[in-house]
Write a protein that binds this ligand. Structure first.
Ligand SMILES: [Ca+2]
Ligand SMILES: [Ca+2]
Ligand SMILES: [Zn+2]
Length: 343
């Protein structure tokens, strides 16, 4: 039976005595806060795969740099919209990229031209993703569920991938809409994903109840910009998640910042959020949005993996009692008590 261990990082300065979370982690999936857009890094030791690069000017390349060992093994550009490929030319500038997967579509935009120029100059191996193919990352495999063929609507051409690792499964959906969701469901190829990257930043045109019920996610992650012009994520989508999977967790990059979900070699999963905010508990209600916890005011200030130190600071104006909080590497044996230090 799988457990969801929770690494609570809401403490002041804590140094673990033995192994840090990172020491036992097998795979970390980073939902990078890029504002309105998508960028997801899968870090598997020396292997890395980046799904989308956020909009132009997002600092994805700088973020990813901390995790890339040697070459950046795989880049997946889900579709050719600017909020997904805008930051990728910088990635091609900064890293040696080995393999690129595209959907085979094009766009008449400057952003697309820059992207194409950058990957052609990079000289990486370019693959066109189609259903039933697999993307290899070391000995991990991402199954391509979509597209089977291209359509006229670019969002519907988003590459959809599924990853299973140590008993946990992830579903990455790009910006697919409900017509694609229905197709995946009716094809019978939807995984019972534990972690769902909610399609299209929480747009109402995506995340049909039937799709969410078929998956019944334990964690839904919405990559979305604060005060975006589209009203994403719409309250109805949050409610549909809550009704399909009541009590499940929702992370939003506008609320939580970058969200990291890690799986260790014992099949335990952990989450870390940049802003130290608790997950939102999804509720089923026709009138009220899901309960959202108050911001604790704490944020991760510095992570030193080698020294096994995590420094957090209280960005809020109120002092906070940290009694009862603890931090662990997941074993529960060498966790350190929080020191009472605020300010
Ligand atoms: Ca790495
Ligand atoms: Ca690598
Ligand atoms: Zn998008």
């Amino acid at each position: 039976m799988r457990t969801l261990a929770v690494a609570l990082l809401t403490v002041a300065t804590v140094c673990l005595m033995t192994q840090a979370i990172i020491g036992k982690t097998v795979v970390s999936v980073h939902f990078i806060d890029v504002g309105q857009g998508d960028a997801i890094l899968i870090d598997y030791g020396q292997y890395e795969l980046l799904i989308d690069g956020g909009p132009e000017g997002s600092t994805v390349a700088g973020y990813v740099e901390r995790y890339v060992n040697g070459v950046l093994d795989v880049v997946v550009a889900t579709h050719m919209d600017a909020d997904h490929i805008g930051g990728l030319d910088e990635v091609f500038d900064d890293f040696v990229v080995q393999d690129l997967w595209v959907n085979g579509s094009s766009a008449t935009t400057n952003v697309y031209d820059s992207f194409r120029t950058a990957y052609v100059a990079e000289g990486c191996v370019v693959h066109t993703a189609r259903r039933a193919e697999t993307i290899e990352l070391g000995d991990l495999r991402l199954e391509i569920l979509h597209p089977a063929a291209l359509s006229a609507e670019e969002n519907e051409n988003s590459i959809v991938t599924a990853l299973a690792v140590y008993g946990w499964s992830f579903l990455f959906t790009g910006d697919i809409d409900q017509s694609v969701e229905n197709d995946l469901r009716l094809q019978g190829i939807l995984p019972n994903a534990d972690i769902l990257k909610v399609a299209h930043h929480g747009s109402n045109a995506s995340s049909a109840s039937t799709f969410l019920e078929a998956i019944s996610p334990r964690i839904s992650v919405i990559s979305v910009g604060a005060t975006n012009q589209y009203g994403h994520p719409v309250v109805d989508v949050l409610n549909r998640i809550g009704c399909a999977a009541e009590g499940s967790w929702i992370f939003r990059t506008d609320v939580h910042g970058t969200v990291i979900i890690s799986v260790d070699d014992e099949g335990k999963a952990y989450y870390t959020t940049e802003k130290g905010v608790d997950p939102i508990v999804a509720g089923c209600s026709s009138s009220a949005p899901p309960v959202q916890p108050p911001h604790t005011g704490f944020e991760i200030y510095r992570v030193e993996a080698v020294a096994e130190c995590i420094t957090l600071r209280n960005a809020g104006s109120e002092p906070a009692d940290l009694g009862g909080w603890w931090i662990s590497d997941g074993e529960g044996t060498d966790g350190a008590e929080a020191s009472h230090e605020t300010g």
